[in-house]
Write a protein that binds this ligand. Structure first.
Ligand code: AMP
Ligand code: MG
Length: 207
């Protein structure tokens, strides 16, 4: 039987409550500047498995890990100089870096790959939630698999209502387009894996 989904405004009390639920392994749909995400504690494999269940997402499709600070980057990935350069230029913002994965990140997050996708988002409510949660949060787009990515809390509720307990309402997504994904493991031959809000020309200039 579907359980009710509640939508929360970003009051300090609600943010504290949702951060506590994330730490306890629950899913929370979150606003980001790109599209809404479906977040779980990225270090908790059982919590991350719930993301795949709620979305009906195939387990071979890896998740993006969202971080609050540059210190968290080295806790989940092994960054090189080029990665730090891109991070300084574009974070917080709509750029996702593919880097070698640290063993602390469970296999379910990377879908068994030796790499991990990492991004520092700029949406102020999501940033506050990340800080309060104190752990990196894995989050793909908050839509059922095969559906268009949601850009509002109402859009998330229409797609995943009854399948997730909580949605944090942070207003419409400012960008409304997925993050750009770049594989920067080999700094001399970076690979653009997904076009997005940051253009190839911007990346080339920064590198
Ligand atoms: P979504 O946020 O729903 O677009 O899902 C995240 C996307 O990030 C996945 O569909 C992959 O395309 C990409 N991704 C995540 N981790 C990796 C990785 N380790 N290597 C390559 N692509 C990745
Ligand atoms: Mg998606």
């Amino acid at each position: 039987m579907p359980s009710p989904t509640r939508t929360y405004r970003g009051t300090p009390r609600n943010l504290t409550r949702l951060a506590r639920r994330l730490r306890a392994g629950e899913l929370v749909a979150v606003p980001t500047e790109t599209v809404y995400g479906l977040a779980a504690n990225a270090l908790d494999s059982a919590a991350c498995r719930r993301i795949y269940q709620a979305k009906g997402r195939p387990s071979r499709d890896p998740l993006i890990v969202h971080i609050h600070s540059i210190e968290q980057l080295a806790a989940v990935a092994m960054p090189n100089e080029a990665a730090f350069r891109l991070a300084r230029r574009f974070w917080p913002g709509p750029l996702t870096l593919i880097l070698p994965k640290r063993p602390t990140v469970p296999e379910v997050v990377s879908a068994g790959l030796p790499s991990v996708a990492v991004r520092m988002p700029s949406h102020p409510l999501f940033r506050r939630l990340l800080r309060l949660a104190g752990v990196p949060l894995a989050a793909p787009s908050a839509n059922p698999f095969g559906y268009v990515s949601p850009t509002s809390a109402a859009h998330v509720a229409a797609g995943l209502g009854g399948r997730i307990p909580s949605i944090l309402d942070g207003g419409p997504s400012r960008i409304g387009l997925e993050s750009t994904i770049i594989d920067i493991r080999r700094p001399r031959s970076p690979r653009l894996l997904r076009p997005g809000a940051i253009t190839q020309a911007q990346l080339e200039r920064a590198l």
